[in-house]
Write a protein that binds this ligand. Structure first.
Ligand SMILES: [Zn+2]
Length: 152
């Protein structure tokens, strides 16, 4: 897994790009055939303690910066706002073609995005954000048949 991770640092840009002529707004798109189970991209960023997320969100809000965070587990969160890569633009879907998994490389936790099935050039990459259930619902507009209508 660690070796696949290192190879990916040099090759992921051949696999994905941020633009599409068909969709407005941001997303991540496939550039070459991606096989099921293939490691696609790291959700890069800075690992921070969970307790710091509220403070950081408020700071970004105050400066008008869009905030991108991904929870690893109860203790740690990856903050991709200032140090992320293209992975932070991957949209949520209730019927995704990718999934996220935490791997450990040299003792560091990394969030990796893997292909759930074969993906062809031009397809948008998506994964299920798996937000915890909350009273205040975030509407989902993923447009798939199995859409749950809310992201949380
Ligand atoms: Zn949906």
């Amino acid at each position: 897994m660690a070796m696949r991770y290192r190879v990916l640092q040099k090759t992921y840009k051949q696999m994905v790009e941020c633009t599409s002529p068909y969709i407005h707004g941001l997303g991540l798109f496939c550039r070459r055939d991606i096989e099921a189970g293939e490691m696609v991209i790291e959700y890069a960023g800075t690992v921070i303690r969970s307790v710091l997320t509220d403070k950081r969100e408020k700071m970004y809000d105050a400066r008008g910066i869009g905030c991108y965070m991904f929870r690893i587990d109860a203790d740690d969160v990856v903050d991709a706002t200032m140090s992320g890569n293209e992975a932070r633009f991957i949209n949520h879907s209730c019927e995704p073609n990718c999934y996220s998994k935490v791997i450990t490389v040299d003792g560091q936790k990394k969030i990796m995005i893997f292909a759930l099935r074969r993906i062809v050039p031009g397809e948008e990459l998506t994964y299920d954000y798996k937000f915890p259930l909350e009273e205040a619902k975030i509407p989902c507009n993923c447009g798939t048949k199995r859409c749950r209508k809310t992201m949380n």
